[in-house]
Design a binder for this molecule. Sequence first.
Ligand code: SF4
Length: 246
Amino acid sequence: MFYITENFLSIQGEGKYAGFPSYFLRTGGCNMVCPGFDTPYEVRGAAKKGCDTYFAVDRAFKPEWLAVESVEQIKALRGLERVDDVVITGGEPLLYYKDAVFYETITYLQSRGKRITFETNATVLIDFERYPAYKECVYSLSIKLSNSGEPKAKRLNAKAIEAIVKNAKESYFKFTIDKALTQTTALQEIEEITQGYENDIYCMPVGADRHQIWQNDKTVFQFCIDNGFRYSDRLHIRVFDDTKGV
Ligand code: SF4
């Protein structure tokens, strides 16, 4: 059994496949909190801070999550048949990689010809030999940098990154950075993580809403030009601001 917090048909707004019509499954639960991304929210009157998908991270929202106990629930999702791309995001979706229903979901989607992209923080070491379907997926390696507010030992797992890059048919790096980080350690941190890999590197501005993106986008854009990285925007936020489920 695994949990999803929302599912919807939309357009991918980030990374290599930005602009592609995609069906999104957002899983519930994460092994990080990322308070540095500074999105304020409230739980039972208490003020908290997290990332822009705090509702898929903080277990206080678990009563609102949907338990997927059978792949039949996935087969019944309307809109899934209309697109070739399925994006499995979170939270951290790979926390469920050994779960029987989750794995059956992956193999079912593959049997329907879907390209599956995992948006992952790349801290989960996948056993690709035991679960070979994961080799046929795309991995958007959204590895967190120091601006996430998480300690390095928690946000970086070199073996997990290596296993994905070596085994998966496709993967790319995608870093979420802000103006302050571009002026300090962003380049050094990115180089440390990506050295030895040939994968494309995307940088994307921090921003849970349009206003926050506007504060960071030009600097991140220039940072990409200066360092030969690819710029990724966040199209869904440009268009819909901080509306959920789009
Ligand atoms: S790893 Fe991703 S989903 Fe988890 S808390 Fe950090 S930004 Fe949010």
